[in-house]
Design a protein around this ligand. Structure first.
Ligand code: ZN
Length: 404
């Protein structure tokens, strides 16, 4: 439990702490309960709550009379108080979402990246699409906290740009944060997609089951977002979570790193599709995704060739997850991402079995496996939640939005 401070200088910290507790109590929470849970004095708590009500962040419910004591007035979040825009840059599709304070999507758009990207048009296009989504949603700019951009790594967290993600060459070293900020007038945060996804899961984790957790991101590439003590792990440079070269199939396909059967190549959409087709044709990412979706449907309908492809993928994924979980002792794994969304029904049953049967697992509790709670594109919504998290999570040493 994080405790508040009664020092006047940290009023903002107390405010975010109280708002965080209210946000995680959908049924409402009273001032008395909040004072008990934060350690703040009744007076400080009352001042903080009044400020939050005045700012429209929370609303007071009807007083509840229980026993002889003073009636208890539940305080609840006003989810429409603020919004955040999330963008996911992905080789197959750019996704835009506008999320409210509950992390619920209120507007959504997808755009295929231009086939031959013109570097000079990249940022104007992105800003135009972001602005168009805000206009369409009819939300006043004053209530939009900022824009989060999630992208495959490696990223330069300090400068807010993508370094060399292999599948997004047009974005390399483009000063994304600064230029998007000047084109939209909104603060911008740039984060690695897997970290953004974990931030999003933590934001909607009202019952705090993810205090220690691994988010396995299954998209154009694979990666993990980590949480420890309910805080996302970024690493020193914001690029934590690269797991593509954990060897899971010693006789598997050749990886760019020179070894065989790395997790990244074992689970690559192109490889799964080629396995099923019995060929090694190169297909563009969007085509592989569409084929993979059809293949997953075939597997769930009893197609044995398709089912074998996903069983092998499940076994490879289970091996990777066990290695990670043995290292971290998290025991909680959440899976999501654009590829996972397409193949989950075909892979999940086999994955659960493989995790239970694993001989290498060292945890005493087994691994609890969950699908993502983020309704659409987990990285785009995660990116929006980054902004909400930066503004509203009581974390003394955490990220805050800086007007850079
Ligand atoms: Zn490798």
């Amino acid at each position: 439990m994080r405790r508040g401070s009664n020092l006047p200088a940290v009023g903002t910290y107390n405010q975010t702490l109280v708002l965080d507790l209210i946000r995680r109590s959908p049924a409402g929470v009273s001032r008395i309960e909040l004072a008990e849970r934060t350690g703040l004095s009744a007076q400080t708590l009352s001042n903080v709550a009044r400020k939050l009500v005045d700012e429209g962040m929370i609303v007071e419910g009807a007083p509840i009379i229980a026993g002889k004591g003073k009636p208890r007035t539940p305080l609840r979040l006003n989810p429409q108080a603020r919004y955040a825009l999330g963008i996911h840059l992905d080789p197959a599709v750019d996704t835009f979402v506008l999320a409210d304070m509950n992390g619920a999507v209120v507007a959504h758009a997808e755009h295929a990246p231009r086939p031959a990207p013109d570097a000079a048009r990249l940022l104007p296009d992105l800003a135009e699409r972001a602005n168009a989504l805000l206009d369409r949603a009819g939300i006043h700019r004053d209530r939009v906290l900022g824009i989060g951009v999630a992208a495959p790594g490696p990223i330069d967290l300090d400068r807010g740009m993508l370094l060399q993600p292999p599948l997004l060459p047009a974005w390399h070293h483009v000063p994304l944060r600064e230029e998007l900020r000047s084109a939209t007038g909104l603060p911008v945060m740039v984060e690695k997609d897997v970290v953004a996804a974990m931030v999003g899961e933590l934001w909607v984790d009202t019952e705090q089951r993810l205090t220690e957790a691994i988010f396995f991101y299954f998209g154009a590439g694979v990666g993990v977002g980590l949480a420890t003590d309910a805080t996302p792990v970024r690493g020193r440079t914001g690029n934590a979570g690269d797991v593509a070269h954990i060897v899971v199939e010693p006789d598997g396909p050749l990886c760019q790193c020179g070894r065989r059967g790395c997790l990244g190549v074992a689970l690559a959409p192109e490889r799964l599709v080629a396995d099923a087709a019995g060929d090694s044709s190169e297909r563009p990412p969007s085509e592989s995704r569409a084929m993979l979706g059809r293949l997953a449907q075939a597997a769930t309908k009893g197609d044995t060739v398709a089912a074998e492809v996903f069983e092998r993928a499940a076994a490879a994924l289970a091996r990777g997850l066990v290695v990670l979980n043995n290292l971290l002792d998290a025991d909680v794994v959440v899976i999501g991402g654009p590829i996972w969304n397409r193949i989950a029904p075909a892979v999940e049953p086999a994955l659960r079995k493989a995790l239970v049967r694993s001989q290498e697992i060292t945890t005493t509790r087994g691994i609890s496996l969950y699908g993502t709670r983020l309704s659409t594109d987990v990285a785009a919504l995660g990116a929006a939640c980054l902004v909400l998290d930066g503004a509203f999570t009581a974390r003394p040493a955490g990220l805050m939005i800086t007007p850079s």
